[in-house]
Design a protein around this ligand. Structure first.
Ligand SMILES: [Zn+2]
Length: 263
């Protein structure tokens, strides 16, 4: 009997933890939606009740349950019946999936806390950039301060590695910005530097490489499908985010493969 109970707990606990991290991701995503909406409009993200952007009615707690409220209301405001942006459930779901993946990868640790914070900042930056074609400085500064503090606690990246990561990521994108003559913005350069701080060298270089590949592929797809024209700006924050997260999850394997193959 005792054996049975022990096995049950061991099986249950990872599942319970996974569910908890998914839930924490959904709730964080719900907060990030507030950040994405308010930060570019110069509104405070800390105070004030959530309201419908169309009719400005304050929303009740049951209007704010991640994913479920959107599904239950069939994507429309309860009061004015105008459509709610699908960005709301998408941000919640993306954050939930990213949090769960990071928990699987790092387990309970300060390293996990560090990269959960990074991922939250990257999700907010990506969706603000997609809508407004800008990355608020306040977001990058918040991310950088959190990065310094959490790096001291996580101790996974040393001082010089972090400094090298900032210089490599921001420096290379600055070069791209100068060459492309405004195709890459200052916000992208700063955000890449922030990712470099978290990842340090050599992972920051892998992250940058993956950002350019994913961004380039997406750019070609958007051009070929006719959804963008050549002169249209391409928000780059989503690709910095994708590159950073992919490098976190697969960077060591990619580096290992690259060194074996080409060195
Ligand atoms: Zn409304």
């Amino acid at each position: 009997m005792e054996m049975m109970i022990i096995i049950d707990i061991n099986v249950l606990e990872p599942k319970l933890m996974t569910a908890l991290f998914f839930l924490a991701g959904l709730l964080t995503g719900s907060f990030l939606n507030v950040v994405v909406y308010r930060l570019p409009r110069g509104e405070t993200v800390v105070w004030g009740r959530s309201y419908c952007p169309a009719c400005r009615r304050s929303l009740a707690w049951y209007d704010l349950i991640p994913i479920l409220s959107y599904l239950f209301l069939r994507g429309r405001c309860r009061y004015c019946r105008l459509p709610i942006s699908p960005r709301y459930p998408i941000v919640e779901l993306v954050t939930g999936v990213v949090f769960t993946t990071l928990f699987y990868n790092f387990g309970l640790s300060w390293i996990l806390a560090k990269y959960l914070f990074l991922s939250a900042v990257l999700v907010a930056a990506s969706f603000i950039d997609l809508e407004h074609y800008l990355i608020p400085d306040s977001l990058v500064v918040t991310g950088a301060c959190g990065g310094i503090l959490l790096s001291l606690l996580a101790r996974d990246v040393g001082f010089w590695a972090a400094l090298g990561g900032i210089a490599a990521a921001a420096g290379f994108l600055l070069l791209v910005a100068v060459i492309s003559n405004g195709g890459m913005g200052g916000g992208d350069v700063k955000l890449a530097g922030m990712v470099g701080l978290y990842l340090g060298l050599p992972l920051a270089a892998v992250a940058l490489f993956l950002s350019l590949i994913t961004g380039g592929l997406a750019g070609v797809c958007l051009l070929v499908s006719g959804r963008k024209k050549r002169q249209d700006p391409l928000p780059f924050a989503p690709y910095i985010a994708a590159g950073g997260l992919l490098a976190l999850l697969f960077g060591k394997e990619i580096l290992h493969w690259y060194l074996l193959k080409f060195m």
